[in-house]
Design a protein around this ligand. Structure first.
Ligand SMILES: [Fe+2]
Length: 147
């Protein structure tokens, strides 16, 4: 049993969830066009859910006796998820960016789940199972807005 890799990946997970939370909230604020109401509401629900996972991920790290990263500088270094660009994006660009992010995270977390299972880090196993379900559902709900 070796928890080092699991812990390093949990730190990445925290940074990725935090980045995706901010990006989703950015889109909740800046969405325009005919899909405004639907996506404004959906993004609000999703950044709220992501915020709960951010907290659970940080507390999973603390339970493993590890410090949780908690600054934009660290998150930016650790995250594989890109922030939303500062310039205006269309609803279509937002849909494609978030569908891709949620799909990418679900796939990455399947590998991290296996690693957590192999090393018997039970709290990380539960976290990743919940995260995979969430991201797969989120990707579906967002991509269903494609016209
Ligand atoms: Fe709001």
């Amino acid at each position: 049993m070796n928890t080092t890799g699991v812990i390093e990946n949990l730190k990445k997970t925290l940074a990725e969830e935090y980045t995706l939370q901010t990006k989703t909230q950015n889109y909740h604020w800046n969405i325009e066009g005919p899909l405004f109401y639907s996506l404004h509401k959906l993004f609000e629900a999703q950044y709220g859910e992501i915020s709960e996972y951010v907290d659970s991920t940080a507390e999973t790290l603390r339970a493993l006796n590890t410090r949780a990263p908690g600054s934009f500088t660290e998150f930016k270094t650790l995250s594989s998820i890109q922030e939303a660009p500062a310039d205006k994006q269309s609803a279509g660009q937002m849909i494609e960016a978030l569908t891709s992010d949620h799909t990418k995270l679900a796939a990455a977390f399947k590998e991290r789940l296996e690693e957590a299972e192999e090393n018997q880090v039970t709290n990380a196993v539960t976290l990743y199972e919940d995260l995979i379900t969430f991201h797969e559902k989120a990707a579906w709900m967002i991509r269903s807005h494609r016209s």
